[in-house]
Design a protein around this ligand. Structure first.
Ligand code: VG1
Ligand code: CO
Length: 543
């Protein structure tokens, strides 16, 4: 078999503890860079000989070329089969589902998620394991070790695979199966939700817009919302995956999905709006004149999931990432189910889902999901919302008002300070860390600190320990501030400051979030000395 073993040098690998590797596209295109990382993944997971892998990406620039390299390397490393989405397209949740459905050994997802794409922007690659979820800490550590030691990689000498034609192909002894990336996913959604009820909602004149942000969910959303559920043609906008996402950030939040926000807050507002990110695992939900924070969305879905067939028997428990607001905690308590607080990132949810301890999970960054796959799932969240809207016959605003009346309202906002000089960001975090032991009982602005610590997680399923997962400061009035550094950026450091204020006074449930969060913001700025430490007066992005 024509095969090459190429000598190479170690690469700047993924940071330990992160899932996947994100870099500037130009870095990924450097000679041997992608190859080194792919070989490190193959070595880190104990080889791919005789195994089946799922491969797909979000369609960003370099997707096609990268898939060809991965297929040639999988063949040279002795893989039995690669299952590839037609045209190289597959959303992250669809990959997760296919790994499980086909009992594959794992999957490679080509995406930098919500980061922009194109020759000047970002590219990424992540490995998901046999349960369909992001690689565990132990596996990512092994992959990282390999990136530091690698000396050779294996690749077939030449030839490409036609990834646009459905069916079985051969690539130098390895089977390449090209599948419709949408079909199996649609079948799964159909099993979870009451499609007839949702179709009846649309037939009754319910209007919506789904903004696919020129990313991977376009084909999925068209197939489900327009073709299957009968939503009006044109419901899905920006529905064709483009190599640079139309020049934008495929990040479903009020800043980057401003067009959708303008419609939903305008004179011609529709009943429901939603958006998804680059690789289809995130969601944004907005009602008529009513943006739903991801933390509130998780709380509402937890309260109402029983209205959808898949969850009618109730939930085993819920989990949220630490910076996600505590809104869901109150719902879980009333329901009498477990509520877990995990570090940021989906891999921690995987263990809880596998162990049957939780059914729903969510993050403040607009990721929500359930035990149907081992990833967050943007369209799934949209469909669960639609199922709840169809069953309850209430508007988004009414559902939220009910939630707040019953459980209180957790005002919430995330402030991102992007591309901060890394040393300055670390120094600010170090400064806060040093203060932690003496904070409880002290005053900050108008507030008093109740508790302050650096979050560490002990995994109740596999016993692993993850330290240094963000600094949290809780105040006596129900406010909380969390500081952490992003693990997904490709330039400098991004400081994320998460602010929340629980409010149960019925007269204070309709404030502007900025107003409700003014005191906690002031306290957080004072405690961290952020402006003096970083030179930043204001955040770059507020969501
Ligand atoms: C961000 C989000 C986090 C999410 C991660 C991956 O991480 O805050 O909640 O799990 O992206 O999401 P960070 O470290 O930059 O805060 V995705 O949609 O990129 O797979
Ligand atoms: Co994503």
């Amino acid at each position: 078999m024509p095969m090459q073993t190429v000598r190479t040098d170690p690469i700047e690998g993924q940071k330990p503890g992160t899932s996947g590797l994100r870099k500037k596209t130009a870095v990924f295109k450097r000679p041997h860079f992608l190859e080194n990382y792919v070989q490190s993944i193959f070595d880190g997971i104990g080889g791919v000989g005789g195994r089946t892998l799922v491969v797909g990406g979000d369609g960003r620039y370099f997707n096609d070329d990268a898939i060809q390299i991965i297929l040639r390397m999988a063949a040279a490393n002795g893989a039995a089969r690669c299952i590839v989405g037609r045209g190289g397209i597959m959303s992250t949740p669809a990959v997760s589902h296919l790994i499980r459905l086909r009992q594959a050994h794992g999957g490679l997802i080509l995406s930098a998620s919500h980061n922009p794409g194109g020759p000047e922007a970002d590219f990424g690659l992540k490995y998901n394991g046999p349960n369909g979820g992001p690689a565990t800490e132990a596996v990512t550590d092994k992959i990282y070790q390999r990136t530091q030691q690698i000396t050779i990689y294996r690749i077939t000498a030449s030839g490409g695979v036609d990834i646009d034609t459905l069916g079985l192909h051969d690539h130098q002894g390895m089977e390449v199966e090209i599948v419709d990336p949408v079909a199996d996913y649609v079948a799964l959604m159909e099993r979870l939700f009451d499609f007839d009820k949702i179709a009846a909602l649309f037939a009754g004149g319910f209007t919506m817009r789904f903004d696919a942000m020129h990313a991977v969910t376009g084909p999925y959303a068209r197939a489900i919302l327009e073709e299957r559920l009968g939503a009006a043609e044109g419901t899905v906008v920006n529905g064709v995956p483009s190599a640079d996402f139309g020049g934008g950030h495929p990040d479903p939040n009020p800043i980057w999905a401003k067009g959708l926000m303008d419609v939903m807050y305008g004179a011609e507002a529709l009943d429901f709006g939603a958006a998804s990110d680059g690789d289809g695992d995130r969601n944004m939900i907005v009602g008529k004149g009513c943006y739903v924070t991801p933390s509130d969305s998780l709380a509402l879905l937890t309260a109402k999931a029983h209205l959808a067939p898949a969850y009618k028997g109730g939930l085993a428990g819920v989990a949220r990432s630490m910076p996600t607001s505590r809104a869901v905690d109150h719902v879980a308590e009333k329901l009498g189910i477990g509520c877990f607080e995990t570090p940021t990132g989906w891999k921690f949810f995987g263990n809880l889902l596998d162990a049957g301890k939780v059914t729903l999970c969510g993050e403040e960054s607009a990721g929500t999901g359930s035990d149907h796959v081992r990833e967050k799932d943007g369209l799934w969240a949209v469909l669960l919302w639609l199922n709840i809207l169809a069953e309850s016959q209430k508007s988004v605003a009414d559902l939220l008002a009910d939630l707040w009346a019953e459980h209180g309202r957790c005002y919430y906002s995330r402030h991102d300070y992007e591309d901060v000089e890394a040393e300055k960001a670390y120094a600010m975090m170090d400064g806060l860390r040093a203060k932690l032991p003496s904070l409880a009982g002290s005053e900050a602005g108008k507030l008093s600190v109740e508790m302050a610590d650096e979050f560490a997680y002990h995994d109740p399923v596999d016993g692993s320990h993850s330290a240094g997962q963000g600094i949290r400061v809780a105040f006596t009035n129900g406010a909380r501030a969390v500081f952490r550094l992003s693990g997904t950026g490709t330039e400098g450091a991004t400081i994320r400051l998460y602010l929340e204020q629980m409010e149960t006074d019925p007269d204070k449930l309709a404030m502007q979030p900025e107003e409700a969060l003014a005191d906690i913001r002031e306290a957080a700025m004072q405690l961290s000395d952020l402006t003096a430490m970083t030179g930043r007066e204001a955040p770059d992005v507020i969501t």
